[in-house]
Design a protein around this ligand. Sequence first.
Ligand code: 13P
Length: 255
Amino acid sequence: MHVRRQLIAGNWKMNGLRADGLDLARSLAVWLNGDGADVRDHVDMLVCPPATLVAPVAEAVAGTPLGVGGQDCHAVEKGAHTGDVSAWMLKDLGASHVIVGHSERRTDHHETDEQVRAKAAAALAAGLVPIICIGETEGERDAGQALAVVSRQFNGSLPEGANGTNVVIAYEPVWAIGTGRTPTTEDVAEMHQRIRADARERMGASAEALVILYGGSVKPGNAAELMAIDDVDGALVGGASLKATDFQAIASACV
Ligand code: 13P
Protein backbone atom coordinates (compact mmCIF):
# COMPACT_ATOMS: atom_id res chain seq x y z
CA MET A 1 0.00 0.00 0.00
CA HIS A 2 1.49 3.32 -1.00
CA VAL A 3 1.68 6.12 1.54
CA ARG A 4 1.01 8.82 -1.03
CA ARG A 5 -1.39 8.88 -3.96
CA GLN A 6 0.69 8.14 -7.03
CA LEU A 7 0.97 10.29 -10.15
CA ILE A 8 1.67 8.97 -13.64
CA ALA A 9 2.52 11.89 -15.91
CA GLY A 10 3.15 11.72 -19.65
CA ASN A 11 5.61 14.15 -21.20
CA TRP A 12 4.83 14.17 -24.90
CA LYS A 13 7.81 16.46 -25.61
CA MET A 14 7.70 17.95 -29.16
CA ASN A 15 5.35 15.28 -30.50
CA GLY A 16 1.79 15.34 -31.67
CA LEU A 17 -0.35 17.10 -34.21
CA ARG A 18 -3.91 17.90 -33.27
CA ALA A 19 -5.65 14.73 -34.49
CA ASP A 20 -3.22 12.26 -32.90
CA GLY A 21 -2.95 14.21 -29.66
CA LEU A 22 -6.71 14.43 -29.28
CA ASP A 23 -7.13 10.71 -30.03
CA LEU A 24 -4.54 9.78 -27.44
CA ALA A 25 -5.96 12.04 -24.72
CA ARG A 26 -9.55 11.00 -25.40
CA SER A 27 -8.75 7.32 -25.28
CA LEU A 28 -6.94 7.73 -21.94
CA ALA A 29 -9.90 9.64 -20.50
CA VAL A 30 -12.37 7.00 -21.71
CA TRP A 31 -10.21 4.25 -20.21
CA LEU A 32 -10.01 6.00 -16.82
CA ASN A 33 -13.79 6.11 -16.68
CA GLY A 34 -14.12 2.50 -17.84
CA ASP A 35 -11.64 -0.38 -17.72
CA GLY A 36 -9.15 1.77 -15.83
CA ALA A 37 -11.57 2.70 -13.04
CA ASP A 38 -9.62 0.90 -10.32
CA VAL A 39 -6.43 2.62 -11.49
CA ARG A 40 -8.25 5.96 -11.35
CA ASP A 41 -9.22 5.25 -7.74
CA HIS A 42 -5.56 5.00 -6.70
CA VAL A 43 -3.51 6.93 -9.24
CA ASP A 44 -3.65 10.42 -10.78
CA MET A 45 -2.95 10.56 -14.51
CA LEU A 46 -1.71 13.61 -16.34
CA VAL A 47 -0.65 14.36 -19.91
CA CYS A 48 1.70 17.20 -20.81
CA PRO A 49 1.24 17.90 -24.54
CA PRO A 50 3.21 20.52 -26.46
CA ALA A 51 1.97 24.08 -25.83
CA THR A 52 0.04 24.06 -29.11
CA LEU A 53 -2.19 21.23 -27.86
CA VAL A 54 -2.79 22.23 -24.24
CA ALA A 55 -6.04 24.04 -25.09
CA PRO A 56 -7.66 21.44 -27.36
CA VAL A 57 -6.60 18.54 -25.12
CA ALA A 58 -7.84 20.31 -21.99
CA GLU A 59 -11.17 21.00 -23.69
CA ALA A 60 -11.45 17.40 -24.93
CA VAL A 61 -10.88 15.85 -21.49
CA ALA A 62 -12.60 18.48 -19.31
CA GLY A 63 -14.70 16.81 -16.64
CA THR A 64 -12.78 13.51 -16.89
CA PRO A 65 -10.15 12.29 -14.38
CA LEU A 66 -7.30 12.97 -16.85
CA GLY A 67 -5.26 16.05 -15.97
CA VAL A 68 -3.39 18.30 -18.40
CA GLY A 69 -0.09 20.10 -17.88
CA GLY A 70 2.42 22.23 -19.76
CA GLN A 71 6.04 21.32 -20.49
CA ASP A 72 7.62 24.66 -19.58
CA CYS A 73 6.67 28.20 -18.62
CA HIS A 74 8.31 31.61 -18.46
CA ALA A 75 9.24 33.07 -15.09
CA VAL A 76 7.04 36.17 -15.43
CA GLU A 77 3.34 36.67 -16.01
CA LYS A 78 3.41 38.64 -19.26
CA GLY A 79 5.46 41.03 -21.33
CA ALA A 80 7.95 41.32 -24.17
CA HIS A 81 9.13 37.69 -24.37
CA THR A 82 8.49 36.59 -27.94
CA GLY A 83 7.66 32.93 -28.28
CA ASP A 84 7.33 32.24 -24.56
CA VAL A 85 4.27 31.01 -22.66
CA SER A 86 3.49 32.05 -19.10
CA ALA A 87 2.20 29.86 -16.27
CA TRP A 88 -0.92 32.05 -16.12
CA MET A 89 -1.60 31.33 -19.82
CA LEU A 90 -1.37 27.58 -19.19
CA LYS A 91 -3.65 27.90 -16.17
CA ASP A 92 -6.10 29.87 -18.30
CA LEU A 93 -6.28 26.96 -20.79
CA GLY A 94 -7.14 24.42 -18.09
CA ALA A 95 -3.71 23.10 -17.11
CA SER A 96 -3.16 22.00 -13.50
CA HIS A 97 0.59 21.28 -13.67
CA VAL A 98 3.69 22.41 -15.56
CA ILE A 99 7.01 20.64 -15.98
CA VAL A 100 9.97 22.92 -15.23
CA GLY A 101 13.71 22.28 -15.49
CA HIS A 102 13.50 19.21 -17.71
CA SER A 103 17.03 18.14 -18.63
CA GLU A 104 16.30 18.78 -22.31
CA ARG A 105 15.58 22.42 -21.44
CA ARG A 106 18.57 22.61 -19.13
CA THR A 107 20.68 21.38 -22.09
CA ASP A 108 18.98 22.92 -25.15
CA HIS A 109 18.21 26.28 -23.51
CA HIS A 110 20.98 26.38 -20.90
CA GLU A 111 18.49 26.72 -18.05
CA THR A 112 20.11 27.07 -14.64
CA ASP A 113 18.75 26.06 -11.21
CA GLU A 114 18.07 29.75 -10.57
CA GLN A 115 15.94 30.06 -13.71
CA VAL A 116 14.14 26.81 -12.94
CA ARG A 117 13.41 28.09 -9.44
CA ALA A 118 11.96 31.31 -10.89
CA LYS A 119 9.75 29.31 -13.28
CA ALA A 120 8.57 27.08 -10.44
CA ALA A 121 7.78 30.19 -8.37
CA ALA A 122 5.74 31.57 -11.29
CA ALA A 123 3.85 28.29 -11.53
CA LEU A 124 2.97 28.46 -7.83
CA ALA A 125 1.89 32.07 -8.16
CA ALA A 126 -0.34 31.16 -11.11
CA GLY A 127 -1.94 28.30 -9.18
CA LEU A 128 -0.20 25.47 -11.05
CA VAL A 129 1.74 22.58 -9.52
CA PRO A 130 5.30 22.71 -10.86
CA ILE A 131 6.87 19.32 -11.66
CA ILE A 132 10.50 20.20 -10.94
CA CYS A 133 12.97 17.94 -12.79
CA ILE A 134 16.41 17.09 -11.44
CA GLY A 135 18.93 14.41 -12.35
CA GLU A 136 22.60 13.68 -12.87
CA THR A 137 24.51 13.03 -16.10
CA GLU A 138 26.28 9.74 -16.71
CA GLY A 139 29.66 11.38 -16.08
CA GLU A 140 28.47 12.71 -12.74
CA ARG A 141 27.21 9.25 -11.70
CA ASP A 142 30.45 7.59 -12.82
CA ALA A 143 32.37 10.14 -10.76
CA GLY A 144 30.35 9.23 -7.67
CA GLN A 145 28.67 12.65 -7.60
CA ALA A 146 25.06 11.68 -8.38
CA LEU A 147 23.67 12.25 -4.88
CA ALA A 148 25.50 15.53 -4.41
CA VAL A 149 24.49 16.88 -7.84
CA VAL A 150 20.83 15.99 -7.41
CA SER A 151 20.78 17.40 -3.90
CA ARG A 152 22.25 20.67 -5.16
CA GLN A 153 19.71 20.83 -8.00
CA PHE A 154 16.88 20.11 -5.58
CA ASN A 155 17.87 22.89 -3.23
CA GLY A 156 18.67 25.29 -6.08
CA SER A 157 15.47 24.66 -8.04
CA LEU A 158 12.93 24.63 -5.19
CA PRO A 159 11.08 27.96 -4.90
CA GLU A 160 10.17 29.84 -1.72
CA GLY A 161 6.86 28.64 -0.34
CA ALA A 162 7.21 25.14 -1.78
CA ASN A 163 5.75 22.42 0.40
CA GLY A 164 4.85 18.77 0.11
CA THR A 165 1.46 19.46 -1.40
CA ASN A 166 2.09 22.28 -3.88
CA VAL A 167 5.07 20.93 -5.86
CA VAL A 168 6.09 17.59 -7.41
CA ILE A 169 9.71 16.48 -7.89
CA ALA A 170 10.79 14.30 -10.83
CA TYR A 171 14.12 12.51 -10.54
CA GLU A 172 15.27 11.86 -14.10
CA PRO A 173 18.85 10.66 -14.56
CA VAL A 174 19.88 12.30 -17.84
CA TRP A 175 21.56 9.11 -19.10
CA ALA A 176 18.34 7.11 -18.65
CA ILE A 177 16.16 9.42 -20.77
CA GLY A 178 15.24 7.87 -24.10
CA THR A 179 18.04 5.31 -23.87
CA GLY A 180 16.23 2.20 -22.64
CA ARG A 181 18.61 2.14 -19.67
CA THR A 182 17.51 2.59 -16.06
CA PRO A 183 19.38 2.77 -12.76
CA THR A 184 19.20 -0.25 -10.46
CA THR A 185 16.29 -0.32 -8.03
CA GLU A 186 18.86 0.21 -5.24
CA ASP A 187 20.17 3.36 -6.91
CA VAL A 188 16.64 4.70 -7.46
CA ALA A 189 15.73 3.93 -3.83
CA GLU A 190 18.87 5.64 -2.54
CA MET A 191 18.25 8.75 -4.61
CA HIS A 192 14.56 9.06 -3.69
CA GLN A 193 15.42 8.63 0.00
CA ARG A 194 18.00 11.37 -0.33
CA ILE A 195 15.49 13.71 -2.00
CA ARG A 196 12.95 12.96 0.76
CA ALA A 197 15.59 13.71 3.40
CA ASP A 198 16.48 17.01 1.68
CA ALA A 199 12.77 17.81 1.48
CA ARG A 200 12.36 17.24 5.23
CA GLU A 201 15.05 19.84 5.83
CA ARG A 202 13.38 22.35 3.54
CA MET A 203 9.70 21.66 4.20
CA GLY A 204 9.49 19.97 7.57
CA ALA A 205 6.66 17.54 8.15
CA SER A 206 4.93 18.30 4.85
CA ALA A 207 7.79 16.48 3.07
CA GLU A 208 5.97 13.24 3.91
CA ALA A 209 3.28 14.28 1.40
CA LEU A 210 5.75 15.24 -1.37
CA VAL A 211 5.26 13.27 -4.58
CA ILE A 212 8.64 12.23 -6.00
CA LEU A 213 8.44 10.75 -9.51
CA TYR A 214 11.02 8.62 -11.27
CA GLY A 215 11.58 9.31 -14.98
CA GLY A 216 13.84 7.80 -17.64
CA SER A 217 12.93 4.84 -19.88
CA VAL A 218 9.88 3.82 -17.85
CA LYS A 219 8.08 1.14 -19.88
CA PRO A 220 5.31 -1.39 -19.23
CA GLY A 221 8.01 -4.05 -18.68
CA ASN A 222 9.86 -2.24 -15.86
CA ALA A 223 7.10 -0.10 -14.33
CA ALA A 224 5.97 -2.54 -11.61
CA GLU A 225 9.50 -2.95 -10.26
CA LEU A 226 10.22 0.80 -10.30
CA MET A 227 6.85 1.83 -8.87
CA ALA A 228 7.18 -0.64 -5.98
CA ILE A 229 10.25 1.18 -4.61
CA ASP A 230 9.69 3.09 -1.35
CA ASP A 231 9.64 6.83 -1.93
CA VAL A 232 8.84 6.40 -5.64
CA ASP A 233 5.42 7.99 -5.94
CA GLY A 234 4.86 7.61 -9.66
CA ALA A 235 6.55 8.23 -12.99
CA LEU A 236 7.27 10.92 -15.54
CA VAL A 237 7.06 9.03 -18.83
CA GLY A 238 8.35 10.18 -22.21
CA GLY A 239 8.28 7.79 -25.18
CA ALA A 240 5.90 5.25 -23.65
CA SER A 241 3.32 7.97 -22.92
CA LEU A 242 2.72 8.41 -26.67
CA LYS A 243 0.97 5.05 -26.94
CA ALA A 244 -2.25 4.75 -24.94
CA THR A 245 -1.91 1.03 -24.16
CA ASP A 246 1.69 1.44 -22.91
CA PHE A 247 0.83 4.46 -20.78
CA GLN A 248 -2.18 2.63 -19.34
CA ALA A 249 -0.05 -0.43 -18.59
CA ILE A 250 2.41 1.78 -16.67
CA ALA A 251 -0.39 3.28 -14.59
CA SER A 252 -1.87 -0.19 -14.02
CA ALA A 253 1.51 -1.33 -12.65
CA CYS A 254 0.96 1.04 -9.70
CA VAL A 255 -2.04 -0.81 -8.28
P1 13P B 1 11.66 8.54 -21.79
O1 13P B 1 10.55 7.90 -20.98
O2 13P B 1 11.39 8.58 -23.25
O3 13P B 1 12.99 7.98 -21.42
O4 13P B 1 11.69 10.09 -21.34
C1 13P B 1 11.70 10.40 -20.00
C2 13P B 1 11.49 11.86 -19.85
O5 13P B 1 12.32 12.66 -20.21
C3 13P B 1 10.22 12.30 -19.28
O6 13P B 1 10.25 13.67 -18.97
